[in-house]
Design a protein around this ligand. Structure first.
Ligand code: T68
Length: 795
């Protein structure tokens, strides 16, 4: 790596001149990417060498999604070259920020779960822990969202630039994965064995991505598998053309459903592909005896999507490595641990037994055996029918992946305190009683290096000037900012940076869309997947309420606010898509109304993704975290916004609870029902939105306007929104919580009227946010679950 700006410039110029005399930003991007890869390669080789030498335990994080976002700028940052490169390029007539804009972000994830995996990768490498990711190399990441007449449309997003990947491909490590086939019992030298014949094989080719830790010392590996046709013999009675097409499909696209269980065969193929390839890779490359697997390897499964790792590891240990069932089970259940990310019924993965039996016949026999043995182990207890049903892995021809994951792993965690409590006391109560020491909490975290150090370099600079640089390595030191929460000059600097970040956001948005926004307005930001439980509908209905107040009450003239929305709806989630349409419809009305637009502005940012988030989050004044209590397992956007000095308006849900605990409820705007209340209503089915409509004139009026189509466009839109609130009985308690939400918004306006006090509250939030760094989360996983040893990189 170069040590000075001059050295960088020299090398850059030599390269640019050897390629092309036209000095375009595109060429600068190519060269910078190439140079960065070379610098990283050295550390990467060294890290791999150290891991081999040390024989230390390795962690493998199995995830169907890794939403890593752009990597070039982050890598430069992590190798401490960002400033040198920026200045060097500047002097050569390029702007680094423009160069960075050319990178197509790999959107290999839907939302929180995929982004969490990416933050964890960053923290593992930065803490110098031997932890790697296994995922899938989807040709198309999450779709690109455009609005046409206010409706979401979806286009495929292709992120791969093949010429960049020549060295990432590891053909030498390709593995073959068996699908279908006939299971037979055969007599081997050591007794009866299961054998599968006539399998259809698919080749898994790994592509490696470097994960660069802070200061560039440790570089771990994210290995992504790509499906290709296999060279193994192909069963004669099948159609090879169909096989070719189906093979390509396995890693062709990311499933765009963020919280729906799809139950499709392609999804099952993807899941097994990830598990089998990764496990074979681990077992092939080990340097220890198989019995020592749990001492040498930890496998974390990110939700149930890779839960087939349990039966697949059993299959490999028994069929390929000739262990007994008991030995294999002992090893498996000391190697695998599982993270649960949801309690939403519709997201709980269930597979039709017949589907697994046909696609993965051998794996199916193993799942049956696991289920049978687990049920036998329950026979000594007196267990009622309901409990027995809940504990069954296979029930009425359906395989429940969450139960399989719990039974087959040694630790199970939820992602925030409240979520873990709900898991233990309700959703998985019976399992928790069977395995009392398995369940634990690991509250999520975020990579502060991306979400603060990189995304908000100005604020990071100010923090470093104020408390010194140590907070970057130890983010909990951000609490030293408490001493400056009343320091006027610090608060002024903070405010100036907030304004700058707002202007930068607007500049960025204007490049892509024609948006004129007042930077002096309150930036109120609601960014996340669009879903009923995340209640974008409540936000837009509240805006509807505000419009009415402004029109009816000439004394109600609130400080201007810009409500930003960003988020995609799953293509098959019709209600969410209608909410998008409604927001866009209200936006047009409000933004064009001469009176309303003085006070309210609505911007729905198209195609919300990691890159957009990096612009939006530092610019936020208000962070909308308004899920129906009990539904949001954790949330991580809430942490990113807090860390950038936005104040949270939120329910007591997921990690919001811990955010309020840390920052103090007086430095946030808490509202709405609590989780117990919601769950009680759900249990009793006693919530009736009509009662609220009939007893509350303001809500009644809003409903009438909705039914009359004043805020929607087209009958379909009215029908969906009104239908959800009336016929479907408002399943996410929008009408129940909207008054309390509206009051919280009035408290925001009151607080904002005092800019110094507001800034003080923001700073208190930043100061309290260090605990939400994923470095803390990863250290806790390592201490309690994985037991990894830090391997300092030596130069
Ligand atoms: C999210 N889950 C949780 N799921 O909703 C969020 N689901 O509260 C939490 O903070 C985050 O996980 C990290 O723990 C998801 O993002 C998915 O994206 C998903 C994807 C495929 C299938 C089901």
């Amino acid at each position: 790596m170069f040590s000075s700006k001059e050295e960088f410039k020299k090398s850059f110029i030599t390269r640019i001149e050897s390629k092309d005399m036209r000095k375009t930003t595109e060429l600068a991007y190519e060269i910078l990417r190439e140079m960065t890869c070379e610098w990283i390669k050295e550390s990467w080789d060294r890290t791999n060498g150290l891991y081999k030498e040390n024989d230390e335990k390795q962690l493998y994080y199995f995830s169907i999604e890794f939403l890593i976002g752009r990597v070039l700028g982050q890598n430069l940052m992590n190798i401490n070259a960002y400033d040198i490169v920026k200045e060097g390029l500047d002097e050569l007539g390029f702007q680094l920020s423009e160069v960075e804009e050319l990178e197509v972000e790999p959107g290999l994830g839907n939302g929180g779960l995929g982004r969490l995996a990416a933050c964890f990768m960053d923290s593992l490498a930065s803490l110098q822990l031997p932890g790697h990711g296994y995922g899938l190399r989807y040709k198309g990441g999450l779709f690109t969202q455009h609005f046409v007449n206010g409706y979401q449309t979806e286009q495929p997003t292709e992120w791969i630039q093949e010429e960049h990947n020549a060295d990432a491909r590891r053909e030498d490590l390709a593995i073959d994965i068996p699908y279908y086939g006939d299971v037979q019992l055969v007599m081997g030298t050591d007794g009866l064995k299961m054998k599968v014949e006539n399998s259809e094989w698919v080749k898994a080719v790994p592509y490696d991505m470097p994960i660069v830790g802070a200061n560039g010392g440790t570089v771990n590996t994210l290995r992504l598998w790509q499906a290709e046709v296999s060279n193994f013999p192909f069963p004669g009675d099948k159609d090879y053309l169909v096989y070719e097409q189906e093979t390509a499909k396995i890693t062709d696209r990311l499933y765009p459903d963020d919280s729906l269980e799809s139950g499709k065969i392609l999804r099952l193929k993807q899941q097994y592909f990830l598990c089998s390839a990764s496990l074979q890779d681990i077992l092939n490359n080990r340097s220890f005896s198989m019995e020592k697997l749990p001492e040498n390897v930890a496998i974390q499964i990110n939700d149930t999507h890779p839960a087939l790792a349990v039966p697949e590891l059993m299959r490999l240990l028994i069929d390929d490595h000739h262990l007994t069932w008991e030995q294999a089970w002992d090893i498996t259940t000391r190697t695998i641990s599982y993270t649960n990310h949801t309690i939403l019924e519709e997201a709980m993965e269930k597979w039709d037994s017949r589907l697994i039996q046909s696609l993965l016949p051998r794996v199916y026999t193993i799942i049956e055996e696991i289920d049978k043995r687990f049920k036998e182990s329950l026979e000594t207890q007196t267990i009622d029918e309901e409990t027995f049903r809940k504990l069954s892995i296979i029930e009425n021809g359906v395989i429940k992946m969450a139960v399989l994951a719990v039974v087959g792993s040694y630790k199970v965690n939820g992602v925030a305190k409240l979520h873990t409590e709900i898991l233990k006391k309700r959703e998985m109560k019976e399992l928790n009683e069977q395995f009392p020491n398995k369940f634990h909490n690991k509250t999520n975290g975020i990579a502060h290096r991306r979400w603060l150090v990189k995304a908000n370099q100005e604020l990071s600079g100010l923090i470093t000037e104020t408390i010194g640089p140590r907070w970057i390595e130890e983010p909990e030191r951000l609490n030293e900012l408490h001493y400056f929460a009343q320091n006027h000059s610090f608060l002024q600097d903070f405010q100036a940076i907030k304004t700058l970040k707002k202007e930068q956001l607007l500049y960025h948005l204007q490049r892509n869309e024609n948006i004129i926004v007042d930077p002096a307005s309150i930036f109120d930001i609601h960014i996340k997947r669009v879903h009923g439980y995340k209640r974008q509908l409540m936000n837009i209905m509240h805006i509807q309420m505000l419009c009415d107040r402004i029109k009816q009450d000439s004394t109600y003239r609130p400080h201007p606010r810009t409500f930003f929305f960003g988020g995609k709806a799953a293509p098959s989630y019709h209600f969410a898509k209608q909410v998008i349409k409604m927001i866009n419809t209200v936006a047009v009305k409000v933004n064009n109304d001469p009176l309303l637009r003085k006070h309210l502005h609505i911007v729905f940012v198209e195609n919300y993704n990691v890159t957009q988030a990096e612009y939006l989050i530092p610019a936020a004044d208000v962070s909308e975290q308004i899920s129906t209590a009990s539904k949001e397992a954790s949330g991580t956007g809430n942490m990113k916004l807090m860390m950038n000095g936005a104040l949270t308006i939120g329910t007591l849900d997921g990690a919001n609870v811990e955010i309020f605990e840390q920052a103090g409820q007086e430095n946030a705007f808490v509202f709405g029902m609590r989780a117990e209340e919601v769950m009680q209503y759900e249990k009793e089915q006693s919530y009736d939105p009509k009662e609220i409509i009939n007893s509350d004139p303001e809500i009644k009026k809003m409903m009438k306007q909705l039914v009359d189509g004043e805020w929607t466009e087209g009958k379909e839109n009215v029908d969906f929104i009104v239908g959800q609130l009336l016929e479907d009985r408002d399943p996410y308690f929008v009408l129940k919580d909207i008054h309390s939400y509206s009051n919280a918004h009035e408290r925001i306006l009151a607080a904002y009227a005092n800019p110094v006090k507001w800034a003080e509250m923001c700073v208190k939030n930043i100061a309290a946010s260090g605990i939400f760094s994923s470095d803390r989360t990863i250290q806790q996983y390592s201490n309690d679950v994985w037991h990894l040893t830090k391997i300092p990189s030596v130069y």
